[in-house]
Design a protein. Sequence first.
Length: 446
Amino acid sequence: MPSAVAPDTALHPLDLKALDYSVVQQCMHCGMCLPTCPTYNLTNRERHSPRGRIALMRAIADDELSLEKEFVDEMDFCLGCLACQTACPAKVDYAQLFEVARASGNKVTSSPRPPRVRFYRALTLGFLFRRPWALRWAGRSLRWIQRSGLFEAFLESPLTQWLPSKWQRLLTMTPVVEEKFSDDLLASSERPSNGAIRHRVGLLTGCIQDLAYASINRDTADVLLEHGCEVLTPRSQHCCGSIHGHNGETNWAREVARKNIDAFPLAELDAIITNAGGCGSHLRHYGRLLADDPGYAERARLWDSKVRDIHQWLVAIGLKSPSTTTSAPRHRVTYHESCHLCHGQQVTREPRDILRAIPGLTLVELRDAQVCCGSAGVYSITQPEASEALLRDKVTLLLATRADIVATANPGCDLQLQRGLKEAGSGMRVAAPVSLLAEAYRHQRG
Ligand code: SF4
Ligand code: SF4
């Protein structure tokens, strides 16, 4: 199956040597980003800091350093969390540098990744995340295995000891596939029940979100309908491509971006709504990704202008607070920020506004809420030690809040926090802010 997938090795305009030099040059070496960088804080080594990584990128762009395995390893160790971008007074576009550096790193042929890693990348990035039908087929198969009890039985059996440690880890991190996917829960077009349409929006259902959190997509549509939005959920939409972009597979990221642009009736929509932090950050940059594609460049810019994070959209159109009832369930809730929502999209206030608007919830701030939980796409699989260290710190801080719910708006964070809390023996619930809001509307209706 993966052998049918063409490797993404063609020289692409998004290459460190071809990148607009002003982007590489922006860093003025002030070091303001260092204290915010999780990998620098873990190691105290300059090379594991944003400044160190940018210096390496610049040396490659200047032909002073050749692309070697050490560079690839360094970029693989970077979480791509973008905390450095928020901290940077010079507004260095680290997101762009990171994606281009990873894409450049994929061209290193002198010391290629081990066959196991190349197989995994080809299977996931090259096959499953480019074909929604294949991902759903894999999801249905996994759901059957999980429901039958075979998965649990295999996890508890001695057979797992024969697997490499990273595969064992991958198994324990496998998300529980939901009973229904987004296409089962959402019609392709839904209108508010009272018929009054204030806005027309498209809804992105995601890939992992679709398999493991389709109920959050249903909650998102419910909340949009409650706000007078007509919701279009095109069946032909694809994965947003962030997983490809963050792993340097730029050609595949461009391919799925084109498919998404074709899937949505852009001119008819007021906004394209995303409810996953990691997706939103990438979805806002289709214009840059397709800037050199004459067939798509203009539509990609239009796309960028319409992408909105769900929290940002609701607050912008006038958040409708659920009515206060004495029977509203009382909870102490804290909020963990998805890196790509707070650093990638600068959306920090709106999710908190939503949580504060829900009757019965008391919001308690989480210390270092903006620090990465160690999920970061496939980071928890590729860099288990660093990922675990970050997760341990996060769980300690979560427990200190004495909250019974932690809200977060990204499936990767949700999975990571669930695992960390479970391993710590905590019963704290992990939930999306938009789901808590949808629950409050349902409670209001009785
Ligand atoms: S993206 Fe995150 S881990 Fe990478 S250099 Fe920036 S702050 Fe450090
Ligand atoms: S804060 Fe910005 S300018 Fe300063 S060292 Fe970090 S990336 Fe460079």
